[in-house]
Design a protein around this ligand. Structure first.
Ligand SMILES: [Mn+2]
Length: 188
């Protein structure tokens, strides 16, 4: 699946997994920026019993200006729902209805069966998949410094402080992301 394949839809909801982590938020933010650049009606949300409380996540969202919203209960049914770092139907994803489902994830699951699902278990983070897909779609994530920083931080946290970076896509994200916010990530 290519990100361009999703451009036939106009009303798009991007959903992180419940109690999202940096990788899920960064991945959703990457898809959000891509869809916004194509003029789509898009929102980035997560659900779960309570909203985000972890200080590192609150700082990430605030300093990088990530427009992620807490949607406890589904407010409307979108044309397309894209799950980031997760797959609809999994236990860690609140069940939201949509006309069509897409997913980008690096976890294998029994529900990985749709042509709009992009699952790459060999990647250390979903952020790395998003970085590759953005590049392949002609979207330079480094042109949005806050996005580059978010994707780097998503990989950093999922790859155990970069100690588990081995796949070329993970290495490229690590080496080529022009990160901006030294307070969000350890300096290299
Ligand atoms: Mn992840």
């Amino acid at each position: 699946m290519k990100l361009q394949d999703l451009l036939v839809y106009n009303d798009i909801l991007i959903q992180c997994h419940d109690y999202p982590d940096p990788d899920s938020i960064a991945s959703g933010f990457g898809i959000y920026c891509f869809m916004k650049s194509h003029g789509k009606k898009v929102r980035l949300i997560y659900s779960g019993i309570h909203d985000i409380r972890k200080p590192n996540l609150l700082i990430m969202i605030e300093r990088l200006g990530i427009p992620v919203e807490y949607m406890k209960e589904q407010e409307y049914e979108p044309e397309l729902l894209i799950t980031a770092d997760c797959v609809h139907g999994e236990r860690n994803v609140t069940d939201f209805k949509a006309g069509t489902y897409a997913a980008i994830d690096h976890h294998v699951s029994s529900r990985n069966s749709s042509e709009l699902y992009e699952i790459r278990p060999e990647y250390a983070s979903c952020s790395s998949i998003i970085a590759v897909m953005l590049r392949e779609s002609g979207f330079d994530y480094n042109s949005v410094p806050d996005l580059a920083t978010a994707l780097y931080y998503g990989l950093y946290t999922d790859a155990n402080s970069m100690s588990e970076v081995s796949h070329p896509a993970d290495r490229n994200s690590y080496l080529f992301s022009r990160i901006q916010c030294s307070r969000c990530v350890r300096s290299r």
